[in-house]
Design a protein around this ligand. Structure first.
Ligand code: ZN
Length: 155
């Protein structure tokens, strides 16, 4: 694994342990070149998902992007990071278990909203208010960029 700080490819694993109720392995890594420390997660990937936008464009599903939007929606909400990770993994499992490789971007938005509604009302409202515009645009990139921390929830 390449060091994100100096680009050295020869980094060392210092510690590995199960995370998210054994759904992932968390590894602490160390770079002997620059002394940098970073963490990686190893997860089962059942299938490679592809997001289909309304304009027909295809894009590899990006878990980080999903995580970013959820993290913003949950900002300053009393949700444990571990719980959020589990929630994101749960969403990804649901997407994978749809049995399709191609997933319309709106399906992802709907599943996220459904999940947030169960976990945190404020986060749900934040997400849903942006999602309304998102449905018009139906573009996940735009969606994520609109879902900024300073976006006030439309309550
Ligand atoms: Zn380094």
């Amino acid at each position: 694994m390449r060091c994100p700080f100096c680009g050295n490819v020869d980094t060392q694993v210092k510690d590995s342990r199960p995370a998210e109720d054994h759904v992932a392995i968390r590894r602490r890594r160390y770079c002997p070149e620059c002394g940098g420390r970073f963490t990686t997660y190893e997860r089962v990937q059942l299938r490679d998902l592809v997001v289909i936008k309304s304009n027909g464009r295809r894009e590899d599903f990006d878990r980080d992007k999903l995580e970013r939007s959820i993290r913003i929606a949950l900002q300053k909400r009393p949700i444990e990071p571990e719980r959020m990770e589990k929630m994101i993994s749960g969403i990804v499992r649901r997407l994978e278990s749809l049995g399709e490789q191609d997933i319309p971007s709106r399906t992802i938005g709907e599943i996220v909203m459904e999940t947030l509604a169960r976990i945190d009302t404020v986060a749900y409202v934040r997400f849903a208010s942006v999602y309304k515009n998102f449905q018009a645009a139906d573009d996940f990139d735009r969606f994520v960029s609109e879902l900024r921390p300073e976006t006030p929830p439309e309550t």
